[in-house]
Ligand binder design. Structure first.
Ligand code: NAI
Length: 247
């Protein structure tokens, strides 16, 4: 089915796409003909990543927690490409520690980037998509948003909140032809998981039915499905892509 997907001339914005899962998602859309926007914190870096990808890619720096950045991001996208078809809320961070040791600033920072960031992007992109009467929004949540996780109270709360945002936005936007879905990754090999202690990695590994850690491509495949015509009757859903970790 994936081979039949065609994103020719679709305009795709992925937040936090300077590396990791976000970058892989954009590369996959690009291969299938989309016009893509690399967006992340560092301007020089996003421009470099976009220029390596090709002439249908542009880089626009934006911090998802700053409303003015998000307004400027989508203004820029519309000036350059005329519209926005697919938005992926992917920017995210962790600041892990046990709850009783967690600083207020680490709570606020994780909630700000992972949840408020997605709200600002969804609000701004949603307005444009409502006028177009078509659009796709895919949010990158996490399996810990479904199960919770010791040491990740802030992160789990942000990712559970993102599921609430997904389902509410799906209800508000469905009459205007916009779908909103979430992917909940399990353990995916990126910079985010790279520095976990080996013992923690092994504990996860033993719980994964499909005996390997996930790759950014595993998440990109689920995002492509939600963004494609194949998923035109699917909204408000959360798909765990975790090798069976939470099944
Ligand atoms: P990563 O750390 O490799 O990439 C995250 C990107 O987000 C970075 O390029 C970073 O600069 C960007 N970013 C951070 N703060 C930002 C801000 N304020 N504004 C704009 N961009 C910002 O992480 P990875 O693994 O690629 O994660 C991508 C998404 O997938 C995140 O939302 C993460 O929570 C989620 N996820 C990852 C899992 C994993 O095992 N790697 C598991 C479950 C969910």
């Amino acid at each position: 089915m994936v081979n039949e997907m065609d994103f020719k001339d679709k305009v795709v914005v992925v937040t936090g796409s300077g590396r990791g899962i976000g970058l892989r998602i954009l590369e996959r859309f690009y291969k299938l003909g989309a016009k893509v926007v690399v967006s992340d914190l560092d301007a020089a870096h996003v421009e470099e990543v976009a220029s390596k990808m090709g002439d249908r890619a542009i880089g626009i720096a934006a911090n998802v927690t700053i409303a003015d950045d998000i307004t400027a991001l989508f203004k820029n996208v519309v000036e350059k490409f005329g519209r926005v078809d697919i938005v992926v809320n992917n920017a995210g961070i962790t600041r892990d520690t046990l709850l009783i040791r967690m600083d207020e600033k680490d709570w606020d920072m994780v909630l700000d980037i992972n949840l408020k960031g997605a709200f600002l992007v969804t609000k701004t992109a949603g307005k444009l998509m409502m006028k177009q009467r078509v659009g796709r929004i895919v949010n990158i949540s996490s399996v810990v948003g479904l199960t919770g996780n010791a040491g990740q109270a802030n992160y789990s709360a942000s990712k559970a909140g993102l599921i609430g945002l997904t389902k509410s936005a799906a209800r508000e936007f469905a009459p205007r032809g916009i779908t909103v879905n979430a992917v909940a990754p399990g353990f995916i090999m990126t910079d985010m998981t790279d520095n976990l202690p080996d013992a923690a990695k092994e504990t996860f590994r033993q719980k994964i039915m499909i005996d390997r850690f996930g790759e950014p491509d595993d998440i990109a495949s689920a995002v492509l499905f939600f963004a494609s015509d194949e998923a035109s009757y699917v909204t408000g859903q959360v798909l765990a892509v975790d090798g069976g970790l939470t099944a």
